[in-house]
Design a protein. Structure first.
Length: 193
């Protein structure tokens, strides 16, 4: 069993962060698609929901291939940092997630007035709790979109946390000093895949 070098630990943690992003991307995609389906009465949020679902769909595919191909790796046997194209593509990805978070917050704020809206036209219906059954009004589609926006805020927040953690970890490759042996070993193990 070989001991991981500091460089290998940085790249391993980076891959863990990307896998975490990928996991929560499915949540964002599903919740936003459901919100888009329910947003008939809220046409003013449809463009934002469209952007969010587009970003999530792109990241479901791109992140899968990024992790599978181990794109985060030393650029050369003498440079522990990832290649310039990786930095640029991850920068664009990060920017997309930050703008997605802004859209999620805007959807949440714009749907707040509908948070407790009930469908009284549908009449009282059977509702269930853990110990009893009772009559209640179901929430309207607008109220459901608000609830989904709250879930989306949490999921997107986790993605942002993973993005920031990934950038912090990758930044170590610029401000820490490594021996030529560490760099060479990390390149041999990660660089030739």
């Amino acid at each position: 069993m070989t001991i991981m070098t500091r460089i290998q630990r940085v790249y391993r943690f980076g891959r863990i962060c990307i896998l975490g992003q990928w996991f929560f991307t499915f949540w964002v995609f599903g919740v936003t698609a459901t919100s888009l389906h329910l947003s008939d009465g809220l046409q003013f949020i449809v463009p934002m929901l469209g952007y969010i679902v587009s970003v999530a769909a792109i990241h479901v595919v791109v992140t899968y291939f990024s992790v599978k191909a181990k794109t985060a790796k030393p650029a050369s046997p003498t440079d522990p940092r990832p290649s310039l194209w990786y930095i640029l593509t991850y920068s664009v990805s990060s920017l997309m997630w930050f703008t997605t978070m802004a859209c999620v917050v805007l959807v949440l704020v714009r749907t707040m007035p509908f948070a407790d809206e009930k469908d009284k036209e549908g009449g009282l219906r059977k509702c269930h709790s853990k110990y009893k059954t009772y009559k209640c009004y179901y929430s309207t589609n607008n109220a459901q979109v608000n609830t989904l926006a709250k879930i989306n805020t949490a999921a997107t927040s986790f993605i942002i946390i993973f993005v920031v953690a990934h950038w912090f970890e990758i930044s170590k490759l610029w401000w820490q000093k490594f021996t030529p042996e560490e760099i060479g070993e990390a390149y041999d193990l990660n660089g030739r895949s």
